[in-house]
Design a protein around this ligand. Structure first.
Ligand code: ZN
Length: 169
């Protein structure tokens, strides 16, 4: 019985490891990849839809980054206390080249997310994230609208916690 329990525990931890550590190929868009986010939210791209391009992370390292980022975004979601509307997360090389700005390299790796801040007072919400104590590599507020960019690194200890406000939407 004891041996069985140990074996069951071992199997369970293996299952948990696979569930936490990697994202399978052909994951469906409806599948939850963290507490609050679906895989579909990570690969959605208006540009891809418009131009009939597949925005799919073929590299397992990119899929694993998406998983990491989803967990970090859960923390942002809990801080804000409301659902987050994402405009851009993972971008394939092709899409990134087409739409890319200065913040684009982390999107290419699946490590950055663009999302909407509260429309009525985006600056207040932006400051809340900036001063929360949560880690990030880069946090950008596009002051012409209510959109923000947040980027992470695989190694959290290397994150710069850089906060920027730039014009534009
Ligand atoms: Zn961005």
């Amino acid at each position: 019985m004891k041996g069985y329990a140990r074996l069951a525990g071992f199997t369970l931890s293996l299952l948990m490891l696979s569930a936490c550590g990697s994202l399978k190929k052909n994951t469906s868009e409806n599948e939850m990849i963290s507490r609050y986010f679906t895989f579909g939210e990570a690969i959605h791209s208006d540009y891809a839809i418009k131009h009939h391009i597949l925005n799919y992370p073929r590299k397992s390292s990119h899929r694993n980054n998406i998983l990491r980022t989803a967990k970090r975004m859960d923390e942002i979601r809990e801080l804000l206390g409301r659902p987050i509307v994402i405009t851009s997360w993972y971008r394939s090389a092709k899409i990134n080249d087409a739409v890319g700005g200065s913040d684009s390299s982390e999107h290419r790796e699946g490590l950055a997310v663009d999302f909407y801040l509260d429309k009525t007072n985006p600056a207040a919400e932006f400051n809340r994230i900036a001063k929360s104590g949560l880690s990030f590599d880069q946090l950008i507020f596009y002051t012409g609208g209510h959109r923000a960019h947040i980027g992470f690194r695989k190694n959290k200890r290397r994150e710069r916690r850089e906060v920027r406000r730039v014009s534009g939407r």
